[in-house]
Design a binder for this molecule. Structure first.
Ligand SMILES: C[S@@+](CC[C@H](N)C(=O)[O-])C[C@H]1O[C@@H](n2cnc3c(N)ncnc32)[C@H](O)[C@@H]1O
Length: 322
C-alpha cells in the first residue's frame, strides 16, 4: 500500500450521504501536507517493519499482533520508528508485544462511556478531535460499520497511519481536518463523538452546532469536556493558562452545559459521568516525555492547578438530535 493512501476511504465515501467529504480530502496527501516535521514523520512510517498481525483485539483494548510474531530485532525496529512520532498522547497500544504506554489511559475514558451510549453495531461514526484515533479503533471494536476520525493536528494523523500500517481491515480512517473543514449540514452520521475538544474552542456554541450538523435526525452526540462544580449559569473562563494549557476557553458547570445543549436543540440530554482526572490517568511516560498533569497541579494542593483554578474534572453527556 502506498504511504497515506486514502483511496479506500474515498471508495467507501463514494455515493454515501456524507460523500461530500471527498471534496475536502487532499488529492495528494504527500504534497498537501508537506510542512513542519513532515519529512521526518514520513521516514518514520517508511521504517516500520512489514509484519502482518495474525490476530488483533479492539474490544478489550487496542492489541495488534502477538509477541511471538516478531523477533527482538523487528520489535526494536518497530519501537525506534514509532518513537520518532512522539509525543504519543492517546493509547495505550499493544503492538506485537510492545507496550506503548502513552500519556493518557484513554481506555479509562472509553470504559466510562461505553455502557451509556447507543450500541455502535452497524453505525456510521464520526469522532471529532480524535487525536491519533485510539477511540476510533475502540468504536470499530464495538461493531461500528465505519469510523471517520477528524483531527486538525497533522502529527496525530501520522500516528494513525503508523497503526494503520499493520491493521488494514476495519474501516477506520483518520484525516487531518478540523470540524470546520467538513461540508455544512452533513446530517448523516449515526453517532458523533467530541471528546476533549469543546474547551479548546473559542466559540463553544459554534462547535455544538457543528456537531449537530453532522448528525442524522435521531442520531446521538457523545460529548466529553472539562467542567467545573457549580450551579446553572456558572462558567470558568481561565485568564492565561489552565493546567498549563494555553488554549482553554470555557469550562461550564454540568448544569450550564446541559442548558447549552438544550439551547442548540438537542433532546434527551443525559449526564452519564463526571470524573476528576487523576495523575494515574494522565502522566509522563516513555512515549510522551514532556511534563504532564502532575506538574500542572499544586504541589501541596493537588485539588487546584498551578494557576489556582479547580483541578481538571471531566463530564460525559449523551444527547439526541431530534
Ligand atoms: C485533548 S485532545 C482529545 C483527543 C481524544 N478525543 C480524546 O478524548 O482522548 C483534543 C484534540 O482535538 C483536536 N482539535 C481541536 N480543535 C479541533 C477542531 N476544531 N476540529 C478537529 N480537531 C480539533 C486537537 O488537535 C487534539 O488532538
Amino acid at each position: 500500500m502506498p504511504l497515506m493512501d486514502y483511496t479506500e476511504l474515498i471508495d467507501f465515501l463514494d455515493n454515501k450521504k456524507f460523500g461530500r467529504i471527498i471534496e475536502k480530502l487532499p488529492q495528494d496527501f504527500l504534497t498537501a501536507f508537506n510542512h513542519g516535521d513532515f519529512d521526518g514523520w514520513v521516514s518514520a512510517l517508511q521504517e516500520l517493519p512489514d509484519i502482518s498481525p495474525t490476530s488483533w483485539d479492539l474490544q478489550e483494548g487496542v492489541r495488534i499482533g502477538e509477541a511471538g510474531q516478531c523477533n527482538d530485532g523487528q520489535r526494536e525496529q518497530l519501537k525506534r520508528a514509532l518513537l520518532k512520532l512522539q509525543p504519543w498522547r492517546k493509547g495505550p497500544f499493544d503492538m506485537f508485544g510492545l507496550d506503548m504506554d502513552t500519556e493518557w489511559r484513554s481506555d479509562w475514558k472509553w470504559d466510562r462511556l461505553k455502557d451509556h451510549i447507543s450500541p455502535l453495531e452497524n453505525r456510521n461514526v464520526l469522532d471529532i478531535g480524535c487525536g491519533n484515533g485510539y477511540h476510533c479503533w475502540r468504536m470499530a471494536g464495538a461493531g461500528a460499520r465505519f469510523v471517520l476520525g477528524v483531527d486538525s493536528h497533522l502529527l496525530f494523523t501520522m500516528q494513525y497511519w503508523a497503526i494503520r500500517h499493520f491493521l488494514k481491515e476495519p474501516p477506520v480512517f483518520v484525516v487531518p481536518l478540523a470540524l470546520e473543514d467538513l461540508p455544512a449540514e452533513l446530517n448523516s452520521f449515526d453517532s458523533v463523538f467530541s471528546m476533549g475538544v469543546l474547551y479548546h474552542r473559542r466559540s463553544p456554541f459554534g462547535h455544538l452546532y457543528g456537531l449537530k450538523d453532522c448528525l442524522r435526525h435521531g442520531g446521538e452526540l457523545i460529548l466529553e469536556t472539562l467542567v467545573i462544580e457549580g450551579r446553572k449559569g456558572m462558567t470558568l473562563v481561565p485568564q492565561g493558562r489552565y493546567a498549563r494549557m494555553p488554549n482553554v476557553w470555557f469550562l461550564p458547570s454540568c448544569d450550564t452545559l446541559h442548558e447549552w445543549l438544550k439551547k442548540v436543540g438537542f433532546s434527551n440530554i443525559r449526564l452519564v459521568d463526571v470524573t476528576k482526572t487523576s495523575v494515574e490517568e494522565q502522566r509522563t511516560t516513555a512515549w510522551m516525555n514532556f511534563e504532564s498533569l502532575p506538574e500542572a497541579l499544586g504541589k501541596d494542593s493537588p485539588g487546584i492547578t498551578i494557576e489556582s483554578y479547580p483541578a481538571p474534572m471531566r463530564a460525559i453527556f449523551v444527547a439526541e438530535k431530534p
